[in-house]
Structures are given as structure tokens and as C-alpha cells.
Design a protein around this ligand. Sequence first.
Ligand code: FMN
Length: 184
Amino acid sequence: MARLVGISGSLRKGSFNTALLRAATGLVPDGSSLEVRTLHGVPLYNGDDEASTGIPAPVQALKEAIAAADGVLLVTPEYNNSIPGVFKNGVDWISRPPADLKRIFAGRPFGVIGASPGGFGTILSQAAWLPVLRHVGANLWTGGRLQVAKANTVFDQEGTLTDDQIKEQLRAYIAGFVAFVDRP
Ligand SMILES: Cc1cc2nc3c(=O)[nH]c(=O)nc-3n(C[C@H](O)[C@H](O)[C@H](O)COP(=O)(O)O)c2cc1C
């Protein structure tokens, strides 16, 4: 039984990654849950702002959601073969201040999945997350993979996941991640 929080790295209304995260909420094993979060409202990181006004409220809310969860799922788009700036900026904010790194990241279960209309399904942005997650000390689950390629063909106009094969892959990924989070 795990309480998960997922963060979509896209701000788009029609985001494939947010749609993937929403689809995952319906596929979690009985007794577990997955809360959907996005980065709306997170400002650009500026050390001067942090020094003068501290952690912005939307960032603090994300941090507390992560702290309260048993596991965190990053649902990442890919821009120019790497992490979109919006998502990296969000996680950079979440990693502040360093004194809080342990509470938010250290040894805590994280998973990474993603969707792209291209043929490689965010493989390079998922790879780009590796040094970031290692740096903050997250406990990345590497037992499963989900790279949704041709994402424009697997959701309908409302963002519902309609591809049965991807649905089963997503279900298997979430089940594996929950088992990882739950392990004694
Ligand atoms: C600046 C930019 C760069 C992109 N670079 C890539 C890329 O390197 N690889 C890829 O698969 N898709 C790339 N795309 C396409 C995105 O995968 C696509 O816009 C996708 O829908 C973004 O995710 P979202 O639907 O969750 O917003 C790029 C899109 C933008 C705007």
C-alpha cells in the first residue's frame, strides 16, 4: 500500500505527459493512490528571490506533497534531447534549501517515465534525469521502464489513454514501483 505523488513536467493543457500521469491514477493497485501535481505557478529560480522571500508557496506545496508521499513519479517530456527547462527549474526549486534535501529526496523512492510524439519516447530526457536524481540522493527505481513513443497516437482528444498495450505497460510499471516503495 503506497501513497504516490506524480509530477508532470509539462504546463500544456493538452500535455501527453500530464495525460499519462492521469491515466496512471486509474491503474494503481488496490489500496494505493497516486496524486497528480503539475508545476503551474512555480516561478523561475532566482537566488535573490530565494534570499529575500524564501521558498514560493507553489514550491513549498510541492515539497510538502513529496514529503508526505511514499514515492514520487516524475513524468517527463523531452526537449532538445534533454529535460525541459520548466521541469528542471521546478526540481531545482524543490531542492532548496540544501538543509531540506534529506527530507525531500535522500533515500526516497523516485521513478521516471515520459511520453513524446517522437520515436524514442523520452529516452534521452529520462537519461538526463539520472545525474540530477543521483545528486540529490534519490533512490531511483530502475526495475521498470516506460518510454511512450508516438504519444500523439495513444491518447484520444480528451487525453484518455486508448492504447491497450501502453495501458498494460503503465499498469506494470506502477505495480513494480509500488512494490519497490512498499518493500520492507
Ligand atoms: C523546444 C522543444 C524541443 C523538443 N525536443 C524534442 C526532443 O528532443 N525529443 C522529442 O522526442 N520530442 C521533442 N519535442 C517534442 C515534445 O516531445 C512534444 O512537444 C511533447 O508534446 C511535449 O510533451 P507534452 O505533450 O507533455 O507537453 C520538443 C518540443 C519542444 C517545444
